[in-house]
Design a protein. Sequence first.
Length: 267
Amino acid sequence: MTSSILLTGGTGTLGRHVLPLLRAAGREVRVLSRQARQPADGVEYATGDLLAASPEDGIAAAVAGVEIILHLAGGPEGDAEAARNLVRAARLARAARAEGSLGVRHLVFVSVIGADRVPLDWFASKLGAEQAVTDSGLPWTTLRAAQFHDLTLTVVRQMAKLPVMPVPGGLRLQPVDPRDVAARLVDLALGQPAGLVPDFAGPRTYGMADLSRAYLAATGERRTMVPMRTPGKAGRAYRAGENLAREGAHLGTRTWEEFLAERLLSG
């Protein structure tokens, strides 16, 4: 099977929404997975680990013959190294492409809003991955997205487990639905390389107290909420809104309240 698109992170929160959209668009897709999988539903799987000590073999096979790479894989650390390994394999594949083949003609990466402004290791790792994409020599597009509803729910749910619920003062979020981000990414991947495109965030900006109240209302729980101050440079960055989308951002449609209704009230 010849796949026109390589998808990393295809089994993650975002990838699970991106994959069916690519298939619905009639595209052949190869998904990079750390575990061996059999082809299914028109999807080919390549085995490889972007953070392996010697990732070349598996990643080289994964990028062979593809024209578009949609890089969604990420984690709490190692994003910059993973991107560099992927870029290295993509460049080699492009250089060794068969006559008449385009090789990799579009590398698309999803990053996080504030990657260049919030002084935390995870943001710095995303910024390093962005730089690897920018310096790749390949035509590229990078989309910075806000935190997903699912991650916001994890944070609020953990705080609600405490007898007194802490509320970081000045912290605002624009939680976004991964389905909205997936649709935007597929449009970008099937379009022309565009460099760093406008941010993508949820339709509303919430303080942590608003997010917490909506969660408690949806679950029927009661908690006393106590304001707390986030210290240090990261706290100052969050209070300054450095994690929020900039002017001209594209916005999703699904609100935090709608997400909670679907995830909690209907479940």
